[in-house]
Design a protein around this ligand. Sequence first.
Ligand code: IPM
Ligand code: SF4
Length: 468
Amino acid sequence: MMTSQAITLYDKLWQRHIVDETPGETPLIYVDRHLIHEVTSPQAFANLRFHDRPLRHPQRTTATMDHNISTRSIEIHAAGEGAANQLRTLEKNCKAFDIELFGMGHKNQGIVHVMGPELGLTLPGTVIVCGDSHTATHGAFGALAFGIGTSEVEHVFATQTLRQNKAKSMKIEITGDVGVGISAKDIILAIIGKTGSAGATGYVVEYCGDAIKKLSMEERMTICNMSIEFGAKAGLIAPDETTFEYLKGREYAPKDDLWQMAVEDWRSLKTDDGAAFDAVVTLKGEDIKAQVTWGTNPGQVVSVDGAVPAPEDFSDPVEKESCVNALKYMDLAPGTKITDISVNKVFIGSCTNSRIEDLRAAAAIARGKKVASSVEAIVVPGSYRVKEQAEQEGLADIFTEAGFQWRLPGCSMCLGMNDDILAEGDRCASTSNRNFEGRQGRGSRTHLVSPEMAAAAAIAGHFVDVNG
Ligand SMILES: CC(C)[C@H](C(=O)O)[C@@H](O)C(=O)O
Ligand code: SF4
């Protein structure tokens, strides 16, 4: 009798999407959903025009404006002429190629990785691509989701397929429970702290274990969002009742009988018992504490009750040198207690941490308190839907009464591509996902933290342990 082999969730997603596997050629896979924004699409559209090619499936592409927009005004010029030009180009292209666009002030506009899930465009079992490295966020739904380059964007436009080699598979298991007050951001930073910032290069990672199962969809998105920050091609979490509950009734999710059929199918999207992974990493949930990055990659991280390390603490020569450089850039002395590090800027936002639960968590810390006089703090919801909900729930008022600036949705201070840029020497507690040199502005210093930790740092003027 034939027994079918135990396979991983990644294998299942892969098998469902293979279009062509001719030996000696790079496999061709089908793309279910293509998300685009203003930064990585113009060249792809220009090439389509040059070759006089139509879009293969315009209804499988969805566009939003997020990177180059201002969070102070919905005026298209608000972040400068260059940005406005980029945004207008997207508008023109979407019109010409018949693509649905959530442009300035549209009720569905938002950061691409916030918008897709909240509208139900992100569905389990699908392949989702976007010319953006944080596309792995959508893997939280059991979708194979990854970032692609501009020439690949063009390929997907023209064919709705992509040439891809299969990656290796890594299982990351978080056992047991995390402590009270430990956020998804702390979990993913702890994972990257353990593996190092290149620890998953060449792998598709599946996050599993009791601590992951207990997370909400928004928390799972925070985890998957940072998969690229330790090199993973994609991050996955098997869909379950939490996933179905979140998606039910969302605008673009299947309805009625189709919904029933979809859920039935989605239940099969999990790694079979006994399936082999190429690598396995395990962390105990109870060991994870609130995290703060001290360096210039997300793997340079310690718990908030720790101290800035010294180069001597690293045996690996590359890590040693990287520590030397990071300390210099970050202007930090070895042994400095994390709670003694002052910040003058706080950014709560980005596709890692700008959803409603993030804002609730930050508001719970900010309620009735005041931002330190030495700090400028901004809160940037991830989408217009999040903004509206936060305003209805009174979160926006809590923030403004505490002295935080309540802004319009967008990528904002996550990267220096709009008018929210840090000045040289600024030190920022940021809920975003990247802390490399100059990420938030030339010569600026970024410490990655959770929304709770960012809000607490805004109030104290330095890092504090929200659970301490
Ligand atoms: C602008 C875009 C291509 C870029 C990315 O791919 O990630 C941005 O979103 C980022 O976070 O650096
Ligand atoms: S919020 Fe930041 S990480 Fe996310 S898509 Fe925008 S720029 Fe990239």
